[in-house]
Write a protein that binds this ligand. Sequence first.
Ligand code: GCB
Length: 610
Amino acid sequence: MKKLLIMMLTVAGVMGAWAQTVPLVGNVLNRATTSLNGDWHYIVDVQEEGYYDYRMNPTRWGFFNNAKPQRPEDLIEYDFDAAPTMKVPGDWNTQVERLFFYEGTIWFQRYFDYQPQGDRRALLYFGAVNYECHVSVNGKKAGHHVGGFTPFNFDVTDLLHEGRNFVIVKVDNKRSASAVPTQIFDWWNYGGITRDVLLVSVAPTYINNYSLQLDKTIKGKKRFLNFSLQLNRKEAGREVTLNIPELKLKQKFVTDANGSVNAQLSTLRSALPLGSSKNSQLSLWSPENPKLYKVELSMDGETISDEIGFRTIETRGKQILLNGNPVFLKGICLHEEKPNGGGRANSTDDARTLLSWAKELGCNFVRLTHYPHNEYMVREAERMGLMVWSEIPCYWTIDWKNEATYQNAQRQLTDMIARDCNRANIIIWSIANETPHSAERDAFLGKLATYARTQDSTRLISMAMEVTGASNYVNRLQDNMNQYVDVVSFNQYVGWYRDVNDAPKMRWEIPYDKPVIISEFGGGAKYGLHGAKNQRWTEEFQENLYRENLAMLDKIEGLAGTTPWILKDFRSPRRVLIGIQDYYNMKGLVSDKGERKKAWYVLHDWYKRK
Ligand code: GCB
């Protein structure tokens, strides 16, 4: 043990001091950034040769050094410069054929130029790396991150020098029972640096994150805007200006001893009367009117702009109220996967393609399963008028008793909320999907739900539950988590995993006075395969399943919406039926290429009537 400690200290010594770990910076897309996307060299390292020595101790000769032979006799058994390259952002599975099934460690390296600018600091930002990574800059450790779908950043200023620098990232996507998600899940475990890498330039004191949201309550005839902001450090007396030109709202604030601002704009003569005067009338965000306002935040002559929409989201009995009016959520589930051959999606174009398919289907809502999707997806949905359910990957059999697992889940939840807290279209934070009932699970998820409310009190909390009992065609939902959620959502597969052709006979008992969402239903079909309606995998089978399920849904009291499973066929290692699945989950309403199956039209017609 002592020996291991000494070894580890030696390694830390060789790699130099840790860079500063700093809180996640908000609205990164509108900051001063340099992109480090592009071609990165990679080395596949099945046994983590670049990290551990032959006694499994971290090695001082690790690949972080980017070493080169200095003399002809020097032995260095790796060379990033000679290694092949792949695109970042991107998953390795679909970029390199022989890495299609690979789960393990790959090292990434690239050079970049850096010019120091006075006292400004540099943050190295990753949109997401799946799943665990160690990052170094110029051979010195910058940081470590766990979790494949949330952003993180390190202050690397002290590790950089003028001119040519290098960054090395060790990425490991091995699955494990204590991870989030856990060892088994029904989607492709795309590995790699799957989202943007940016160098963010910030002043020594900068606005780290902020939130500008409509308060849920209407006082008198006014709604109030809640504004909060946090600097990167606890500095009092810093002046920040908030400007919303279209609303003619310009207001100065001064940070408190925590380096934060917390204000309700009404106390500052800026309450926004609804419809009372032309100048200050607030146009609320909704699917029909996805209005976004230009918002500017300035400090010390530096301005961050954003586009923010304002709306309220609440429940009343079994109704979901958007801006005070009942709304039916016409949704669809989707994975973050490119059409036409798969691979992780990560661009506005990918988002537009997928989301326009959802719009054509008649949706006003998308469930972004089963992990936080990239920021382009959320922002594009916001512009297109699609409300969003955003989820963390507490999926199936999480290691409920493990405190480290809980902390991991909570961190993912924190970062999901921190990144998207100003997106008007996000109406639901989901904390889990189809989790097996137990006291430990209730404790874990109960704590997570309570914590979520401390991070954001303006949105609804839900999770995809399961049907707990069915007899004589009566389905029951009993879940202790009911007390923690605002919306009762559950997945059910009548007609596919159970009770084929019985949907018309089904009744539902949902003993809670809360809105209900059927967060999944569906069945598989291969596009172009035709046959009788009782023939599995045909379009006709899926079409009939949708007809019967929708008729059943029509009879559920208090149904506030649904997100059938799923928009597009997607890759999954669990789907091994050759000739039909070929490693695709075939429950899409469109094929991987976007071809519409017959069931697409059934849902389309139903949404038209809703
Ligand atoms: C589910 C899961 C989803 C699966 C789906 C299926 O209940 O939530 O991740 O892909 O069923 O196709 O079985």
